[in-house]
Ligand binder design. Structure first.
Ligand SMILES: C[S@@+](CC[C@H](N)C(=O)[O-])C[C@H]1O[C@@H](n2cnc3c(N)ncnc32)[C@H](O)[C@@H]1O
Length: 388
């Protein structure tokens, strides 16, 4: 044992003296106890520790089985079970199996699994109906689209250690064409259409969160940078009548946005600009610029460059809205740190950042008075407001 290691052979954290801090010793004791089968047996049997022991067992089991849960959900979505039950009412396994090309007795296994996960519910005898989580999913087409899209993520996560070791080409990198492209402005329509559609479907809830959290009506003109097919500006157009609106995205995305906005009768209301925000100057004239789910897509240096470009495009006193899910979000750590951490790594660009990290980057880009506006669902998006 080296002089720097403790009695259990563990080293103190970097930067600390070999003399252990009290918290390190307590943590080491806790971890030794939790790892001991004898202690586990005792804690599961003793009435006062039993609830905690059961919770730990359940949490650990959920981590072990999480992939299976996701696949149960994916199968229900692919077999359209939630929509069918909502449209046709409760049905038996045999009725649901018709049209699924799955034998009824095998479908029954899926139905039981989905009921255990509160996606479905068994009602009166042999009939199945939507459970609370299956019902909630129906109100969230963006989540359903993400569930279908996750097939690509799982392909990339098949060997998580290989992904950690090497950034090689990935299915998600190919899907998000700009992530791996040195010249994203040259991407063609078919390379940007699928991700833009996915983003547009999942934008609805995010837009509601931002509109509820920040009084957009106090501004004159909003420019949404990385605005995709215009879903955010459309939502704002419907809710904030006097605000002039513009968006900026890659030329191929901008062309698709122009078309869909014109079809929705918003061609006049929302001005669309095409370009590369790393190479082209951003349009001037907005006193409010939004970056919605943009910064986390980019590595630190390009993200800093983008924030500087936004700073330059704003007048003195102009504001930036930075909205995205963030790392270290209390009670949403599995979303910000686990899910987005690995998702963005598989995509090959960007990382989820904490509020503190974003604040420091904003200050570095020249912004001042960075504040957070509370959103209803921080797991989905948090919102920072910064002033030029
Ligand atoms: C994750 S999507 C977010 C879209 C939209 N803001 C939303 O929340 O639904 C990122 C957007 O940034 C755009 N983008 C990525 N790199 C870009 C670049 N270099 N210049 C302009 N737009 C870019 C993409 O085309 C895409 O529309």
């Amino acid at each position: 044992m080296s002089a720097a290691a403790d009695a259990g052979g563990r080293r103190p954290p970097p930067g600390e003296s070999p003399r252990h801090t009290l918290s390190m010793r307590l943590r080491a004791l806790r971890n030794r106890l939790l790892a001991s089968p004898r202690f586990q047996r005792w804690a599961a049997a003793f009435p006062l520790t039993r609830p905690v022991a059961r919770r730990h067992t359940r949490e650990l089991f959920d981590l072990v089985a999480g992939f299976v849960y996701s696949q149960v959900l994916a199968a229900c979505v692919r077999l359209d079970l939630f929509e069918r039950l909502a449209a046709e009412g409760p049905a038996s396994a045999a009725e649901l199996a018709a049209g699924c090309e799955v034998p009824a007795e095998r479908l029954e296994v899926l139905l039981r699994a989905a009921a255990a996960l509160r996606l479905l519910e068994r009602v009166s005898g042999e009939a199945w109906d939507l459970g609370p989580l299956g019902a909630a999913l129906r109100g969230n087409p963006g989540v359903v689209a993400m569930i279908r899209h996750h097939a690509l993520l799982y392909e990339d996560l098949r060997d998580p250690v290989a992904l950690l070791r090497s950034p090689g080409p990935t299915a998600l990198g190919a899907f998000w064409g700009y992530a791996a492209s040195p010249l994203p402005a040259s991407l063609a329509g078919q390379a940007v259409g699928d991700y833009s559609t996915l983003m547009a479907v999942s934008q609805q809830l995010v837009a509601e969160e931002i509109i509820a959290a920040y009084p957009l009506g106090r501004h004159r003109r909003l420019l949404d940078v990385g605005g995709g097919h215009g879903a955010f500006t459309r939502a704002v157009a419907a809710r904030v009548p006097g605000l002039a609106l513009a968006m900026f995205d890659l030329p191929a995305v901008a062309a698709q946005a122009r078309e869909s906005l014109a079809q929705a009768g918003l061609g006049e209301r929302i001005e669309v600009h095409g370009g590369d925000f790393f190479r082209d100057p951003l349009p001037q004239g907005a006193d409010l610029i939004s970056l919605v789910r943009i910064v986390h897509d980019h590595d630190d240096e390009p993200a800093r460059q983008l924030l500087r470009a936004v700073h330059q495009a704003l007048p003195a006193g102009g504001r930036l809205l930075l909205a995205e899910p963030m790392a270290e979000t209390r009670r949403a750590e599995p979303a910000g740190d686990a899910y987005f951490g690995l998702y963005l790594m598989a995509m090959g660009s960007g990382r989820p950042r904490s509020r503190a990290v974003l604040e420091a980057m904003l200050a570095e880009a020249g912004f001042s008075r960075v504040r957070e506006r509370r959103t209803h669902t921080p797991l989905l998006t948090r919102l920072l407001v910064a002033e030029r």
